[in-house]
Ligand binder design. Sequence first.
Ligand code: URA
Length: 213
Amino acid sequence: MTETAQTVVVSHPLVQHKLTLMRRKETTVAEFRRLLKEISMLLAYEATRDLHVTHMRIETPVQTMENAPVLDGKKLVLIGILRAGLGILDGMLEIVPAARVGHIGMYRNHETLEPVEYFFKVPGKLQDRTVIICDPMLATGNSAVAAVDRIKRNKPGSLKFVCLLACPEGLKTFHEAHPDVPVVTAAVDERLNEKGYIIPGLGDAGDRLFGTR
Ligand code: URA
């Protein structure tokens, strides 16, 4: 793992290997979907490392254990930015099945590259909850910033952003707007191109996940 104050790059070989397979243009939709789910489980492991645990008394087959640590899954809210964020949600929910789930619908205006919100539905009482916003590509950073702006209006207990790929431009925009929100990612690529794609990247994550190209 490589870490700065605000960005955690999960450099584990399993994550890096799966990411390389996802980047390859020959990778099929079915493989891409499976790999995104698998990587997201591994990103979930990192993104949830500071979740609060409580303790309970349990009976093992041998004796009573007084202080067995347990999570309160209901305290965790995963929010997917539609539509590619659904791929990350799938994997994270395998690891924390009791998490609550929200969705933000946002598309990128291809001319201005600015985000436009068209759907918003999240669980209530975010102030008592840990919120993790999921979107595979932190490219311009504009939709990530807008999603965090929107969620902050609901006053979450704590907030993180999880993505598969980031780039320096997107991270700069994001951290300038939200220096208090850590980003967990599998890689930080070289740059953003003039069309707003991450280079070398993996193409359009939504198209590759859903086969819409
Ligand atoms: N969104 C994508 O799906 N891919 C990119 O490279 C940038 C934004």
